[in-house]
Design a protein. Sequence first.
Length: 280
Amino acid sequence: MRPVDATAETVPEAAPGVLALFRICVDPDAPARLAADADRYLADLGLGPSDRAALLATGPRRLVTYRRLVHNRLRNATRGLMPRTVARRGDAAFGADFDGFMAERGPKSPYLRDVPGEFLAWVAPRWADAPDVPPYLAQLGRYELLDYEVANEPSGGEPHTGRPLALDRPLRVDGSVRLARFDYGFHRLPRNPKDRTVPEQADTPLLVYRDRTAYKARYLLLSSFGWELMRRIVEDGSAVEPALREACAALGRPLDDHHLAVAAELFADLEGRGVLLGAR
């Protein structure tokens, strides 16, 4: 995901009433404090008498209901983008994780689509230290978010340049393309959230792109040479010849006829998939 650059430092620019609603949504003890003494709690949040009166007119129970609706919306958005990750974690454990996220950090982006990525960034180190969490779970979450990102990337579908591949020129690459490396073969797992197949542990360098017909994310497993080559072409924008030389050098291999043939086969495959779109 590509989170919007929104940090905690931007929150104080909001109106006091908005800030109070934000605190009501994220403070762990908000329901109890609203039930015990709502006026005192709202005063502690920095609201003046008129603002407190306006919120109190809605009733403390409605404020708690509003908090619950916000939590449910954010939790369901996260479940929707990471269904297999959440299913393997389990409803109760995921609910506790998400409550911790809301209490300790909360979302910073104004966009609902960014919340799952923010949650995953917060929870991943905690899952890494938890003995009851499968070691692959955070990476599975990243994989699922990547699937959504590629499928919904605004770029992509650009036309072919009409120019053939040239060693001294960079290549146009479809705007939906991403390169991602995982320690597990998630691309082989069934997509059913009820499935509990343990992913194979293996270095998995992937080129991910959006299919131009089905508009779904597709995955191509790359060799170590293919990964080094495409990383330079996609991410660095290198011309073909220096990308070939640097890819071989990174692996301690010579640029020989074998690697040239492998590269030619890979380029032809990617052009057929609509990933490579001619020389720039």
